[in-house]
Design a protein around this ligand. Structure first.
Ligand SMILES: N[C@@H](CCC(=O)N[C@@H](CS)C(=O)NCC(=O)O)C(=O)O
Length: 188
């Protein structure tokens, strides 16, 4: 979002994998919920990607819904994303692709849930270029958060050609960079 909106911004390394977000000072100073991402803008510190995206869309006047109906539609997709799409897929990627747990009942459950969410999004994108209003919005940016990663998840992404084409459309936007190239300390 910050990159596509042409913002002057800086990523800050947080040693997530070594427990930085579980430290008391992180929870006191940045996020009592112990999660990333965190946006610090002037005196404002915001967490939850959906709240951050909504704030940025309002503040920058970019990628938000154009009227009350579109704003609600965008919110609907962000909530779906946080509950069903990115959450299951990201947790599956974390266990299967990064922690390399191998197949367990948990990874099987997560994959089934992620596949179901991918199927719904695939169907929605069959006859449209973007999720809401046929233009790029923060709904797309929310759902696209993890689709550019390719660690193994046991999901055959070629089953979802419309999701792939949508991700390619997002990657073709001026200013886009791969998330790994934007985050310090990641492979890329
Ligand atoms: N719904 C939250 C999810 C945030 C989230 O789970 N972030 C992960 C890192 S990508 C995290 O910090 N997890 C720590 C934990 O669950 O304890 C959002 O969209 O910001």
């Amino acid at each position: 979002m910050l990159q596509l909106a042409g913002c002057d911004w800086q990523p800050v390394w947080v040693d997530y994998f070594n427990g930085a977000t579980r430290q008391e000072d992180f929870r006191r100073d940045f996020n009592e919920l112990g999660e990333l991402p965190v946006l610090v803008h002037g005196k404002k510190t915001l967490t939850q990607s959906g709240a951050i995206l909504t704030y940025l869309a309002d503040h920058l006047g970019k990628f938000g819904g154009r009227d009350a109906d579109e704003k609600l539609e965008v919110l609907r997709w962000i909530l779906f994303d946080n509950h069903k799409f990115t959450s299951y897929f990201a947790t599956l990627r974390f266990l299967f692709g990064l922690q390399k747990t191998g197949e367990t009942p948990v990874t099987e459950f997560l994959r089934a849930r992620a596949l179901s969410a991918f199927g719904l999004v695939e169907k929605h994108l069959t006859d449209r270029s973007f999720l809401v209003g046929d233009r790029l919005t923060i709904a797309d940016l929310s759902l696209a958060g993890y689709v550019f990663y390719d660690e193994p998840t046991g999901i055959d992404r070629s089953q979802f050609p419309h999701i792939q084409a949508w991700a390619d459309r997002i990657a073709a936007q001026p200013g886009w960079q791969h998330p790994y190239d934007l985050m310090p300390g990641m492979p890329g």
